[in-house]
Write a protein that binds this ligand. Sequence first.
Ligand code: SAM
Length: 267
Amino acid sequence: MSSHRPRKRFGQNFLRDQHVLDRIIAAADLQEDDRILEIGPGPGALTSRLLASGLPVLAVEIDRDLGAALQARDVKNLDVIIGDVLRLDWAELLQNPPYKLIANLPYNISSQVLFKVLDHRHAFRRLVLMFQKEVGDRLVAEEGTRNYGILPALIQPWFQIVRVAKVPPGAFHPPPKVDSVVLCLEPLSEPRLTLHDEALYRKLVRGAFAQRRKTLRNSLLGSGWGAEEIDRAFSAAGIEPSRRGETLKIEEFATLANLLSTYDREE
Ligand code: SAM
């Protein structure tokens, strides 16, 4: 759609660098029984490459004009849904798992997409995604570093993350103001953590990072955790309550979460 003017509110920076597209397709490692989910196909540069594999492609596009143009292509292996991917029911969307999620994501929704993926992680075989470089740096950050936080602590237990390509602004039209990175996230056959209660782990991680400048104890208290139960868990885990959330390894969060879930069961 050459007449389409990119819409900023939808994060429309269209890929025009064929080399980057090659790298995304290579990282997708498409196999004959794969199904592909693409979020934000836009004018379809990546979509065309995906369709060339002959595999079924399910594409969700919020922009009605672009979505309608793709629908009009009337390609047999393409199914286009026009809508906001964050508002769709993903259980309904992902009816024939497993999928490979391959996308040049709009930057403003990438974290929310990852949280959706987490809720449906068993439906995915692989993710190859474009991120703003800062978000990519956060995803692979280790504890104790500036970039560590909720996103890595929630994603790293389940996915192996590999950097596929660094992408400069000039690879897009219009060029964004930031650098980008393509990452490949592969579900681990053996997750890094064993959790009794995943929801509780997430709640704990979110609480620990709610107020980054506070101690872990104060941050958790401020997020509604009870003093008695968290002090009991700190002591049983041998974790100093005066530490900051960002110093905890995911394994330490898991130990705390598993202790807290046993206390819940005692009640
Ligand atoms: N895949 C195309 C490419 O690589 O050139 C377009 C990528 S562009 C960075 C992001 C695309 O996501 C745009 O087409 C935009 O309209 C679409 N988009 C933005 N927010 C969305 C949402 N919430 N749900 C579905 N699509 C969305």
